[in-house]
Design a protein around this ligand. Structure first.
Ligand code: ASP
Ligand code: MG
Length: 254
């Protein structure tokens, strides 16, 4: 039995039909005999829409209230996904960043994770439930909600995977992994089946943005294998693995 953390980005949970599709995939992974914790982003353009709403009220809104607002997006997707999993006949529990034990520094809008103590997530998993965690958020020492910066859910997923001692962190997006160039612009671009952290960090510093830089650095620091793949297809994606690890030995590759 493997312990798998799956992260679904905003395009994978853009509407309720997509959320139902994701629920089926999560349940399928569980039915194969794995323990599954899921990290979700906000649905589609929710985060941008929340920012627009705030700015239409005040061009310089208070940072604390801004983070309070932004964490709402991931709460919507986490609870809807938990409901969709229930509708599929499995048990799921959703947790905010705070409930999942994400402690950050005080920088609103660009907080750094200081510690992850996911006791409630561990407890849910040990009871045989699927745990759903809101990405991109935590709390500061005052107990106020903080966000990790745009695209921060990837980092939440890797941090949770590390704290749980997961076997792999799967990052689900709308492309089949990482390519040698943008396949929408360069038709001859090839999917990279497996790559090391260093090379991904080089690509990211050259402007390629499949994964947030901070998430790759976090994974590299703790040797957490990543599988970047599409939630819209069954094809294998790109494995990002430490040197010396045989990627074929990793779980849930099909
Ligand atoms: N919802 C947040 C954003 O759009 C976090 C994320 O998607 O990773 O930036
Ligand atoms: Mg998003």
């Amino acid at each position: 039995m493997a312990l798998i953390v799956q992260k679904y980005g905003g395009s994978s949970v853009a509407d309720t039909e997509s959320i139902k599709r994701v629920a089926k995939r999560v349940v399928e992974t569980e039915k194969k005999g794995n323990k599954v914790a899921v990290v979700v982003s906000a649905m589609g353009d929710t985060t941008d829409d929340l920012i627009d709403q705030a700015l239409s009220i005040d061009s310089n809104p208070p940072e604390r209230e801004m983070d309070m607002l932004m964490t709402a997006g991931e709460r919507i997707s986490m609870s809807l996904l938990a409901m969709a999993i229930h509708a599929e006949g499995s048990r799921a529990h959703s947790f905010t960043g705070q409930q999942a034990g994400f402690f950050t520094d005080a920088r609103y809008g660009a907080a750094h994770i200081k510690a992850v103590r996911p006791d409630r997530v561990k407890n849910a998993l040990s009871l045989g439930d699927i745990a759903i965690v809101a990405g991109f958020q935590g709390i500061n020492a005052k107990g106020d909600a903080t966000t990790l910066g745009r695209g921060g859910s990837d980092t939440s997923a890797v941090a949770l995977a590390v704290a749980l001692g997961a076997d792999i962190c799967e990052i689900y997006t709308d492309v089949d992994g990482i390519f040698t160039a943008d396949p929408r612009i360069v038709p001859s671009a090839r999917r990279i089946p497996s790559i090391d952290y260093e090379s991904i960090l080089e690509m990211a510093s050259c402007g390629s943005k499949v994964l947030a830089l901070r998430c790759v650095e976090y994974a590299q620091r703790f040797n957490m294998p990543l599988h970047v793949r599409s939630s819209f297809s069954r094809r294998p994606g790109t494995l990002v693995v430490p040197d010396g690890i045989d990627p074929r030995a990793l779980p849930n590759l099909d």
